[in-house]
Write a protein that binds this ligand. Structure first.
Ligand code: HEM
Length: 156
């Protein structure tokens, strides 16, 4: 069961991190090179509309499997030694992972909602502003994701 949980955790991380990598390193630069607003905003809006539900599913999977893996070991250590404890890297992953989830909630329910409203009103300057805000927070989450992965691998 633990192996299955680890696999699901990894798959969810690959979907989220891989999607951000593709968007930031390939799709967005290509869109900036080839299109102007409003076409560029329409393209990115259509991409986000499809990608963000994937992130929501990944988050549910990461949180449920991650907390299961974490508490399993915490309890086993407590049973064996009388005190709970997990590697520091795991605690860093927990904190950074939760932070990423809060930031995504802001991206999805904050910036993306405003972006969609501006697009419906054909208000391109406001839509462009929200798109830029959204992009910056995706860069932050991408960075935090790599820090979380580095922490769980490298910090004992
Ligand atoms: C609340 C959120 C999270 C919790 C509680 C959590 C917990 C954990 C734990 C306990 C492990 C170690 C499993 C083991 O080696 O037995 C782990 C591994 C891992 N986590 Fe998370 N995690 C969370 C969020 C995330 C996020 C957001 C990402 C993606 C950026 C992620 C990516 C990974 C990866 C790639 C591994 C495998 C590392 C390896 O192969 O050793 N996790 N996580």
């Amino acid at each position: 069961m633990t192996d299955l949980f680890k696999l699901i955790h990894l798959v969810a991380a690959i979907f989220w991190m891989g999607g951000m990598a593709f968007m930031l390193l390939a799709l967005r630069p290509a869109a900036v090179m080839l299109y102007q607003a409003p076409e560029r905003l329409m393209l990115m809006g259509a991409v986000w509309k499809r990608f963000f539900p994937v992130v929501l599913i990944s988050i549910v999977a990461l949180f449920t499997t991650g907390s299961h893996l974490y508490t399993n070991v915490y309890r086993a250590v407590k049973a064996a030694t009388g005190q709970g404890g997990v590697p520091l890297g795991w605690n860093l992953m927990l904190v950074l992972g939760l932070l990423m989830m809060v930031i995504f909630a802001y991206i999805y329910w904050g910036a993306f909602t405003k972006f969609k409203r501006a697009m419906t009103e054909l208000d391109w300057p406001s839509a462009g502003k929200e798109a830029m805000r959204l992009h910056k927070w995706i860069v932050v989450n991408f960075t935090l994701g790599w820090l979380a992965i580095a922490a769980v691998r490298l910090v004992p």
